[in-house]
Ligand binder design. Structure first.
Ligand code: PLP
Length: 372
C-alpha cells in the first residue's frame, strides 16, 4: 500500500486523536448481562429531564419535517429574559461543545496559540489542535487551574484562554477574586472563554459572577449548557453569552440550522421549570456531601468539587482498570480519567441519587475489602 489518505490531512487534524466517550449503559448492560446499571460516568442528571420539557419535546416532534428556527429566536429571547441581558449577546449551539469549536474556528489558526490548563476539559485541546493553533498548557495547582501560571503562558499570538469553571474532570473551581485579577492582568485583545457547564450546581460563595465581570471585560465569554442540570444531554443544546460583536462573528461560522427544533423547544421548557433545577441542585448538594464523607470513611482521597461529580484517587492496593471492571460487574459505571486527562490513579464518579451513591460506596468498599 503506497498511498495513505493521512498524507492529505490538514496538519491540525493529523495530530488529533478522537474523543472516546464511555459506552452507553444499554450496551454495557448487554455485554455484562446486568439487570440494571447505574450510569455514573457522564455527569448527566440522574433525575432525568424535567417532565415539562419532555412533554414539550414530544409535541415538537410533529414539526420535524420543517427546518428549525435557524436563529433560535424564542430560545434566545427566553435566555435573555432569564439573565436580564440583551438577546444580541446570546448564541446557541449544538451543545456548548459546538460553541467551543465555533470559537476556535473563528479565532484560532496556524499562526496563533491558545492557553489552557493541564487536566482541563479535553475539548479545548481538540478544538485548538483541529485549527492548527499552538496549545500552551499550564501546570495545574492541586489538580485545579492556576490562573497565574496560565497568565505567564500568554504570548503575542495568543487568541483564546480556556478556563473550565468548575473543571471537568477535577471538579475544582477558580474564585471570583482570582478570575478578576486574571482579567485585569490580561491584554484586552485576548479572549477568555469561561466554560460554566456546571454553573447551576455551584454552591460556594467565592464563585465568580461572570456576567457582572463581563460588563467590565468584553473579552470575557461565558459558555453554559442544557446538558447537565437541565438533563438534556441527548438533545444537544448549549450557548454562550458574549459581546454582540463576538456573537456576530460566531454567527458567520455557525451552521445555519445547528440546533434542532425539538431541542430548542425542550430547552425553553426546561429553562422555565425552575422546580426541577432546584430539586436537582438539592439532590446534588446532599450527594456531594454523601460521596465525600463516604469516600473519606473508606480512606479514599477526594478532590473538592462544586460540580455534579467527584474525582477520587484509586486506593493504592487497587488497579484502576480492575476497579472499573469490578464496579461494572456490580452494576456501577464510572469513568477513568487516567489516560485522557493524564491523571493516573484517579477516577470520576457522577453524583447520583442517595441510593446510587450508597450503591457505589458499598461496591467500592467491597472492592477494597477483597483487595486487602
Ligand atoms: C459536559 C461539559 C460541557 C458540555 O458539553 P455539551 O456539549 O454542552 O453537552 C462543556 N464543558 C465541560 C467542562 C463539560 O464537562
Amino acid at each position: 500500500m503506497a498511498f495513505s489518505f493521512n498524507t492529505l490531512v490538514s496538519p491540525g487534524v493529523g495530530a488529533l486523536t478522537p474523543y472516546i466517550p464511555g459506552r452507553p449503559p444499554p450496551a454495557l448492560q448487554k455485554t455484562f448481562a446486568l439487570h440494571r446499571a447505574r450510569a455514573l460516568a457522564s455527569n448527566e442528571n440522574v433525575l432525568g429531564a424535567s417532565r415539562r420539557a419532555m412533554r414539550v419535546a414530544r409535541r415538537a416532534v410533529r414539526d420535524v419535517h420543517l427546518y428549525p428556527d435557524g436563529g433560535a429566536h424564542d430560545l434566545r429571547d427566553a435566555l435573555a429574559a432569564h439573565y436580564a441581558i440583551d438577546v444580541e449577546r446570546i448564541l446557541v449551539g449544538n451543545g456548548s461543545n459546538d460553541v467551543l469549536v465555533l470559537l476556535a474556528q473563528s479565532f484560532l489558526s496556524e499562526r496563533t496559540s491558545a492557553v489552557y490548563s493541564k487536566h482541563a476539559f479535553v475539548v479545548y485541546a481538540l478544538a485548538t489542535q483541529m485549527c492548527g493553533a499552538t496549545p500552551l498548557v499550564a501546570q495545574a495547582h492541586l489538580w485545579g487551574h492556576d490562573l497565574k501560571a496560565m497568565l505567564k503562558l500568554v504570548r503575542e499570538d495568543t487568541r483564546i484562554v480556556f478556563v473550565a469553571n468548575p473543571n471537568n474532570p477535577t471538579g475544582t473551581w477558580v474564585s471570583g477574586d482570582a478570575l478578576r485579577d486574571f482579567m485585569r492582568a490580561l491584554p484586552a485583545e485576548v479572549l477568555v472563554v469561561v466554560d460554566e457547564a456546571y454553573y447551576e450546581y455551584v454552591n460556594v460563595s467565592d464563585y465568580p459572577h461572570s456576567l457582572t465581570l463581563q460588563r467590565e471585560f468584553p473579552n470575557l465569554i461565558i459558555t453554559r449548557t442544557f446538558s447537565k442540570i437541565y438533563g438534556l444531554a441527548g438533545l444537544r443544546v448549549g450557548y454562550c453569552i458574549a459581546d454582540p460583536e463576538i456573537v456576530a462573528i460566531l454567527n458567520r461560522v455557525r451552521q445555519p440550522f445547528n440546533v434542532n427544533h425539538v431541542a430548542q423547544k425542550a430547552a425553553m421548557a426546561a429553562l422555565g421549570d425552575s422546580a426541577h433545577v432546584r430539586r436537582s441542585y438539592k439532590m446534588n448538594n446532599a450527594g456531594l456531601m454523601q460521596l465525600s464523607k463516604g469516600l473519606n470513611a473508606l480512606g479514599v482521597e477526594v478532590l473538592p468539587s462544586v460540580a455534579n461529580f467527584v474525582c477520587f484517587k484509586v486506593p493504592d492496593l487497587l488497579k484502576e482498570d480492575e476497579l472499573y471492571s469490578s464496579l461494572l460487574s456490580r452494576g456501577i459505571i464510572i469513568r477513568s480519567v487516567a489516560k485522557v486527562y493524564d491523571m493516573p490513579g484517579y477516577m470520576r464518579v457522577t453524583v447520583g441519587t442517595r441510593s446510587d451513591n450508597s450503591a457505589f460506596l458499598n461496591a467500592l468498599g467491597q472492592c477494597i475489602k477483597h483487595a486487602l
